[in-house]
Design a protein around this ligand. Structure first.
Ligand code: ZN
Length: 252
């Protein structure tokens, strides 16, 4: 059996309409979690994303009012789960936005998997998208450049029962992770392809209330449909920034 545990690695303060739900609740400020996912298989312990940086960097360089409490850094939350940082063999980055890929060097035995399109774009973001990454133009050195990166291109099998799929839209090289926790039961760790459960609701503009931040709206919509089809039920979709994912300590 395979299990999935959501780990809270910080809190982001943001405008709901601008960030989470395009055209809905503009100007409504709210706190949302930064989440890392621990996948335990019979042979390996894997993470999907490592979360946001410390309070000072998050607040001053990204979203003012965001914070990481003492004890919320990735290796600290792992220890609370009874997992040593050196037990993590693989880290899969859904994408390289600032709040998904920090503190990887605290996981000394891990290899870090990123899509080629995402790495290319993070190094040279078009338009104003540099704000979403640790880009030198906002005075930041991307920490992911120091990780032992494994660059993948397209869908790939992580381990039997765990597949990562290229799902561009929110960002150019975004990937989701599909986990078959038991035969016939598939969970989708959606990253920011689904930021919150509200993105699965019908919209007057499109089929769904799209995430507020995305690179390509047509692709974003197609990916939401794909995720719903794979999961088969919305409760097996695990969004990137929804408090409700913590309703369960473990998914299996
Ligand atoms: Zn993102």
């Amino acid at each position: 059996m395979i299990t999935i545990t959501p780990l809270r690695v910080g809190t982001i303060y943001c405008d709901k309409g601008k960030t989470l739900t395009q055209g809905v609740d503009n100007g409504k400020m709210m706190y949302i979690p930064s989440v890392s996912w621990l996948i335990k298989t019979p042979t390996e312990k894997i993470l999907v994303d490592t979360g946001m940086p410390d309070t000072e960097t998050s607040h001053s360089k990204h979203y003012p009012g965001s914070y990481q409490l003492p004890g919320e850094r990735i290796e600290q939350v792992l220890k609370i789960q009874g997992v040593l940082p050196e037990e993590i063999t693989k880290v899969i980055f859904t994408h390289l936005h600032w709040d998904h890929c920090q503190n990887g060097l605290l996981l000394p035995k891990a290899k870090f998997y990123v899509q080629k399109k995402e790495l290319d774009f993070a190094r040279n973001p078009a338009g104003t998208y540099f704000r979403s990454y640790d880009h030198p133009s906002i005075g930041l050195t991307p920490e992911f450049e120091t990780y032992p990166l494994e660059v993948v291109d397209g869908d790939w099998e992580v381990l039997p029962g765990i597949t990562a799929m290229l799902t561009p839209g929110h960002s150019p090289g975004h990937q989701i992770v599909v986990v078959e926790t038991a035969p016939g039961t598939k969970y989708v760790i959606a990253g920011d392809a689904v930021l919150c459960y509200d993105n699965l609701l019908p919209s007057t503009q499109q089929d769904y209330v799209l995430p507020g931040r995305h690179k390509d709206s047509a692709e974003t919509q197609q990916v939401i449909e794909k995720i719903i089809t794979i999961a088969g039920a919305t409760h097996r979709i695990l969004p990137g920034h929804d408090e409700r994912v913590f309703r369960k300590k473990e998914y299996s």
